[in-house]
Design a protein around this ligand. Structure first.
Ligand code: PEP
Ligand code: MG
Length: 766
């Protein structure tokens, strides 16, 4: 932890650095490494914030102000927040940190560059928690003094009332949540907005883009009703355009922050984006989604012809439809005969009835009662405590991608936004029913017929006409939250479940759990996470891979200080080699598998990563036997990701592996000596290099000889061209990313048909 510097530049950051740079910072670093147009930036790390707390002697004082706080008590919450924020704001920033921030700023540009200063909470943007809008952003900051003040204000915003409330409700510990600050060249967007790379509720391959004039803050904060565009990725066409009346825009105000301006009447109803611009943004979104393997919520901006991707974070709500208080979790079953009072955009699904509580000022949220329907001009992150209490939310303004709408979805509170005039058409105390899916508000209380939960595949509108293929088409899963969407693709199983993502999410290394005698907790977390995926794929094979995180990915977690500093972690202590030398760590994973097998999950297979010699497989198997696993009757297999395991596959087969799967991400890097994370050699990273194909071809043929399933779970398995080649060469199954399944299934089917047709034609010609 000590070794992490106070400042990290975007080019130095990867997604693994989330504990140092927060979700926003990690995502920007990762996006810039993909070649997306990200404005230049550096990050004041979470470690710098910790040093600030420790060196100023504030740490304990801040914690004390939050201890035993009842977050439901608005007054107490505000008071505690004011105390903690005041402490942080008044303290003097240590000279070393101050100097480094100033130095980095000067390095960005010779004269005073205008920057955006954004908070990036280090538990933020994790797949199961959106801290959207909980911490502050300061735009249009110029000069060293203003920058330092903005950084300190961002730090203080970690202790804002809504941030404290939100963390308490989501189960985050105030003592361990950190904050990093992203300092980024400000893009003075002429038009800007947000994009969901897939539908935020159903997960359909529909890119949804909201855009308005000026800086994106107007869309993000919900202070304008933006244009809305839908781009269907299947047909690659813009299928919907909703042009709104955009009354205001937020623009830079000289050297001091931003100002809200009225949009000239002639421009208010003008379409913000052309089809070509929608298409280009959707393409950038797709690159981010494909890279992360999960739909993204992206902020973008355009200046003349230049496109900028400003931030990207996972969408946390797909497939997690929850019901709010008094709400029905089902899809709309409201009969058309009921009188519709107001309509808007369905931003958070569910149906709820209740009494209208109109809130014109955030200060009045205290009057909102449990079960009311909160009706307000625009949803606002400050209203989170009230949003939690109410049965539904209705707003005049805002789009379905504004931050507060995201939060209402995560809280499971039905919401309809952008109704234009709900605050003037509805009356305080009036009984209404809100349909958060259809975006409709009905008069009176409408009793809901009890309906069966819709199948996820129906929600997602996928899998309606399954294509049957001889080659199994499976899906890769990294986080249990994605299990439902993965299953909705109709995939034939899970070809790779990477459990290190479960562990990284805990923010503590396996070693920490062992040293602190918290083994049971570790096993339970693993067991519960894997079970979610198994439950989503009943009767279908789910290959769970044992831990494979390079040491640098563990470094910033609790216990990470004990991780060795390796010259090249990619070639270091990871995968099966580490487990075999760390029996305690391996045993805990096996314990979780054992429990699941005992509970009847026979579909669970275990896959060993980074094996280079059959002896490692034998040793792992014997250790498992020693811990009471019936090793001959469970499914154990290997990843082929080191050339030696491809070359020696026959020896593995005679040792009893039940399956093998190509981890091409590593197989390519180890065959070609190309670091997969090094952009300097990225153009030499060739999945279809003849040497790689040679290894794969031979290993497939050998597995076929032994009738053992040979598969692929590396990224190349999501590339239709590569999959065509693999099917032609006899692969038994492929495992692809969720978004690629439909395309891969189609490719497999087409290739299989072509092979059959060619064989028949050849027979006829003989
Ligand atoms: C691979 O190497 O192809 C693979 C799937 O494993 P990871 O990407 O997790 O290294
Ligand atoms: Mg690998």
């Amino acid at each position: 932890m000590n070794s992490v510097p106070n400042i990290l530049w975007l080019e130095e950051i990867r997604k693994e650095d989330i504990t140092s740079v927060g979700g926003k910072g990690a995502s920007l670093g990762e996006m810039s490494s993909l070649g997306l147009p990200v404005p230049k930036a550096f990050v004041v790390t979470a470690q710098a914030f910790r040093r600030f707390l420790v060196e100023t002697g504030l740490e304990q004082k801040v914690y004390k102000s939050l201890d035993h706080l009842d977050v439901e008590n608005n007054d107490a919450l505000e008071k505690a927040a004011d105390t903690a924020k005041g402490l942080v704001l008044k303290a003097k920033m240590p000279a070393a940190i101050r100097d480094e921030v100033k130095k980095a700023y000067r390095k960005m540009a010779s004269d005073d560059l205008v920057v955006a200063v954004r908070s990036s909470a280090t538990a933020e943007d994790l797949p199961d928690a959106s801290f959207a809008g909980q911490q502050e952003t300061y735009l249009n900051i110029r000069g060293e003094a203003a920058l330092l003040t903005a950084v300190q204000k961002c730090w203080a915003s970690l202790y804002g009332a809504r941030a404290i409330y939100y963390r308490a409700k989501q189960g985050f510990d105030d003592h361990t949540v950190n904050i990093a600050v992203v300092v980024q060249q400000l893009v003075n967007s002429e038009k800007a907005g947000v994009m969901f790379t897939s539908h935020p509720i159903t997960g359909e391959p529909l890119t949804i883009i909201e855009g308005s004039w000026g800086l994106g803050e107007s869309v993000v904060s919900g202070s304008v009703s933006p244009d809305k565009y839908e781009f269907d990725q299947r047909t690659e066409k813009v299928v919907n355009r909703l042009i709104s009346n955009k009354k205001i825009e937020i623009i830079a105000d000289g050297g001091h922050g931003t100002k809200v301006m009225e949009v000239a009447t002639g421009r208010q109803d003008v379409q913000v984006l052309s089809d070509a611009e929608v298409e280009k943004l959707a393409m950038y979104g797709k690159i981010a989604e494909n890279h992360y393997g999960i739909p993204q919520d992206v902020e973008w901006g355009i200046v003349k012809d230049a496109f900028y991707i400003l931030q990207s974070r996972p969408i946390t709500t797909i497939g997690t439809k929850k019901s709010g208080q008094g709400a029905s979790a089902e899809k709309s079953g409201v009969k058309e005969s009921h009188k519709i009072l107001v309509q808007g955009q369905g931003a958070s699904p569910g149906i709820a009835s209740g009494k209208v509580a109109i809130i014109r000022d955030v200060k009045d949220t205290g009057s909102v009662k449990e079960g009311d329907i909160l009706v307000t001009r625009m949803t606002n992150p400050d209203m989170v405590p009230a949003m939690k209490k109410v049965a539904a939310i209705v707003t005049d303004e805002g789009g379905m991608t504004c931050h507060a709408a995201i939060v209402s979805r995560e809280l499971g509170t039905p919401a309809v936004v952008g109704t234009k005039n709900a605050t003037s058409l509805l009356n305080p105390g009036q009984m209404i029913t809100v349909d958060g899916e259809k975006g409709l508000i009905y008069e009176g209380v409408i009793e809901q017929p009890v309906q069966k939960q819709q199948a996820v595949s129906q929600q997602a509108g996928i899998g309606s006409a399954p294509i049957v293929t001889a080659t199994s088409v499976k899906v890769n899963v990294s986080i249990p939250e994605a299990a439902a969407r993965a299953a909705a693709t109709g995939a034939d199983g899970v070809g790779l479940l990477r459990i290190e993502h479960l562990i990284l999410g805990l923010n503590k290394t396996p070693g920490w759990f062992i040293t602190n005698h918290r083994e049971e907790e570790f096993v339970r977390e693993l067991h519960d996470g894997i079970k979610i995926v198994l439950d989503a794929f009943p009767g279908k094979p789910v290959w769970v891979r044992t831990l494979d995180a390079p040491t640098d990915e563990f470094r910033n977690m609790m216990g990470g200080e004990n991780e060795p500093h390796e010259h090249n972690p990619m070639l270091g202590w990871r995968g099966i080699r580490r487990d075999l030398q760390s029996p305690d760590q391996f045993r805990l994973q096996v314990e979780a598998f054992k429990q699941l097998w005992k509970e009847g999950y026979e579909n669970l297979g275990v896959m060993f990563p980074m094996v280079s010699h059959p002896d490692q497989f034998v040793q792992a198997k014997e250790m498992m036997r020693g811990w009471g696993v019936d090793v001959e009757n469970v499914t154990l297999g290997i990843m082929i990701e080191i050339p030696s395991s491809a070359i020696l596959v026959e020896d593995f087969l005679t040792c009893g592996i039940k399956f093998a799967s190509f981890g091409t991400n590593d197989l390519i890097q180890y065959t070609l000596a190309i670091d997969r994370n090094n952009e300097n050699v990225a153009d030499m990273y060739q999945p279809k290099h003849p040497a790689v194909l040679h290894l794969i071809h031979d290993a497939i043929q050998t597995c076929r000889k032994y009738s053992v399933e040979c598969s692929i779970c590396g990224q190349a398995g999501s590339d239709p061209k590569m999959v065509e080649w693999l099917v032609e060469h006899g692969i038994a199954s492929v495992s692809a990313n969720i978004d690629a399944i439909a395309k891969i299934r189609e490719t497999v089917a087409r290739t299989e048909k072509r092979i059959i047709l060619e064989a028949a034609r050849n027979r006829n010609a003989e």
